[in-house]
Design a protein around this ligand. Structure first.
Ligand SMILES: Cc1ncc(COP(=O)(O)O)c(C=O)c1O
Length: 387
C-alpha cells in the first residue's frame, strides 16, 4: 500500500468505526464486565487492544495507536497527554540511577531542562553531544551509557543528524536509540529504517495539525515496545479520546498539508535567501544547512518549519518588525495550518557541546497554508524595518 493510502486507511477497522467512516469517540474510565470470566479475559489481554480500564485505552486510543504504528513503522505506540510527557516517559522507562545518557546538544529546550534537573536528581548523568558528531560518538560512550537521544533536525538551528551511523555505533554497545521525530512526522522520515528503537512525536504539531490539541506519541520497535508500554502505564500516562480523535482526523490530511507546507516554505526560504538583511537560511533542504547531505539521503521531503539569521542586532528594530507583521503571529508552537514566527533566544546558554558563536539574530518561522504571496509581502515590509 502506498503511504497516502495508508494514511487514509490506518486505524479505521470496523470494530473502531462501528460502520461510520471515522473511529467513534469512546469516552470511558470504567469498562464493565458481566462475568468473572470476561473480566479475567480482559485482565489477561489488557496490554493489547482489549477494553480493560480507561487508562489502558478505549477504542479511540487503540485506533490512534494503530495508525501511528503504521505511519512510523514500529511494533506499538504509547500515547501521552503531550509530546513532553512522551519524551520524559521514554527517558524514565529506560534509565535508572547510575546510568548515563547521551543527549543531542540541539534538543528541544524542555528536554534539556528535564535532563539537567530531574534526571540529575535521580542520579542519571547526561553528556551533550554535537549533532554533527557522527561516528565520533564512540568517544563519548561510557560503560554505563544506556541511551542515545537524537532530535533531527535540531531545535531552532535545524542540523540534520546522521541517524544510521549514530544508531549503528550505539547498538554496538547495546545502547537504546531514541529520536524526537516531530519534524519528520513519520511521513518525511521513517525512523525504524535507520536503526531507531523508539520514535517520539509531539503529535501536538503536524499530526493534530490544527493547533487545537496537545498530544504525544512514542512508537517502539519489537524489542523495546513491552518495556515502554508497561513503564508508561506505570507512570500513569494516557491520552484523552477526544484529543486522539483530533489526531486521527489530522492524519487523514497529513500528506496533503505537508506538500503545501513544503512548497510554500521553500518559496519563502528562497526569497529570504536573496534578501540583503538575511545572513543565512537554516533549512534542511538548503546546502548551507549542517547535515544537508543526510537530509537528501534519508528524508523524503521537508515541511513548514525553518529558521533564518538576520544581519541585525538591534533589539528595538527586531521587536518593531515582529510586532508589525500581519499574517505571522508569535507562538511557541508549529505544525498547525497557520504561519508563526519566533525570535530564538538563549542559544548561547542552550548549546554547550558546541558553543553558539553566531551573534546575529536567529528567527524561526512556521510557514502555514496561507497564500505564499501574502506571507512574502508581510515579511518584506517587516524586514524592510531592519535595514
Ligand atoms: C521538537 C519538539 N519536541 C517536543 C515538543 C513538545 O511537545 P508538547 O508541546 O506537545 O509537549 C515540542 C514542542 O514545541 C517540539 O518542538
Amino acid at each position: 500500500m502506498k503511504a497516502d493510502t495508508q494514511l487514509i486507511d490506518s486505524g479505521r477497522e470496523e470494530k473502531w468505526t462501528q460502520g461510520g467512516v471515522n473511529p467513534v469517540v469512546q469516552r470511558a474510565s470504567t469498562m464493565v464486565f458481566d462475568s468473572v470470566s470476561d473480566m479475567k479475559h480482559a485482565t489477561a489481554n489488557r496490554a493489547g487492544d482489549t477494553l480493560f480500564y480507561g487508562r489502558r485505552g478505549t477504542t479511540t486510543t487503540f485506533a490512534l495507536s494503530k495508525a501511528m504504528t503504521e505511519l512510523e513503522g514500529g511494533a506499538g505506540c504509547a500515547l501521552y497527554p503531550c509530546g513532553t510527557a512522551a519524551i520524559t516517559s521514554a527517558l524514565l522507562s529506560f534509565l535508572k540511577h547510575g546510568d548515563h545518557l547521551l543527549m543531542v546538544d540541539t534538543a528541544y529546550e524542555p528536554t534539556r531542562a528535564f535532563c539537567d534537573n530531574m534526571l540529575k536528581n535521580l542520579g542519571i548523568s547526561t553528556t551533550y553531544y554535537d549533532p554533527m558528531i557522527g561516528k565520533d560518538i564512540d568517544s563519548l560512550i561510557q560503560p554505563n551509557t544506556r541511551m542515545l537521544f537524537l532530535e533531527s533536525p535540531g531545535s531552532n538551528t535545524m542540523e540534520i543528524q546522521d541517524v544510521p551511523t549514530l544508531s549503528k555505533m550505539a547498538h554496538q554497545h547495546d545502547i537504546t536509540v531514541v529520536l524526537d521525530n516531530t519534524w519528520g512526522s513519520g511521513l518525511l522520515f521513517k525512523p525504524f529504517d535507520y536503526g531507531v528503537d523508539i520514535s517520539i512525536q509531539a503529535a501536538t504539531k503536524y499530526i493534530v495539525g490544527h493547533s487545537d490539541a496537545m498530544l504525544g506519541t512514542a512508537v517502539a520497535n519489537e524489542k523495546h515496545w513491552p518495556r515502554l508500554r508497561e513503564n508508561s502505564y506505570l507512570l500513569g500516562q494516557c491520552a484523552a479520546p477526544d484529543d486522539c480523535y483530533m489526531a486521527l482526523r489530522g492524519i487523514r490530511t497529513l500528506s496533503v498539508r505537508m506538500k503545501q507546507h513544503q512548497q510554500s516554505a521553500l518559496t519563502v526560504a528562497q526569497w529570504l535567501k536573496q534578501h540583503p538583511i538575511v545572513k543565512t537560511v537554516l533549512h534542511p533542504a538548503f546546502e548551507e544547512c549542517p547535515g544537508h547531505e543526510f537530509f537528501k539521503r534519508d528524508f523524503s521531503g521537508s515541511n513548514g518549519l525553518f529558521s533564518f539569521v538576520v544581519n541585525c542586532r538591534d533589539e528595538a528594530k527586531i521587536t518593531a518588525m515582529l510586532d508589525g507583521l500581519k499574517h505571522f503571529k508569535m507562538g511557541f508552537s508549529w505544525g498547525g495550518f497557520e504561519s508563526l514566527i519566533l525570535p530564538v533566544n538563549g542559544l548561547d546558554r542552550l548549546r554547550t557541546a558546541k558553543p553558539w558563536t553566531e551573534e546575529d539574530r536567529v528567527i524561526r518561522v512556521h510557514i502555514g497554508l496561507e497564500d505564499v504571496d501574502d506571507l512574502i509581502e508581510d515579511l518584506a515590509q517587516g524586514l524592510a524595518m531592519l535595514s
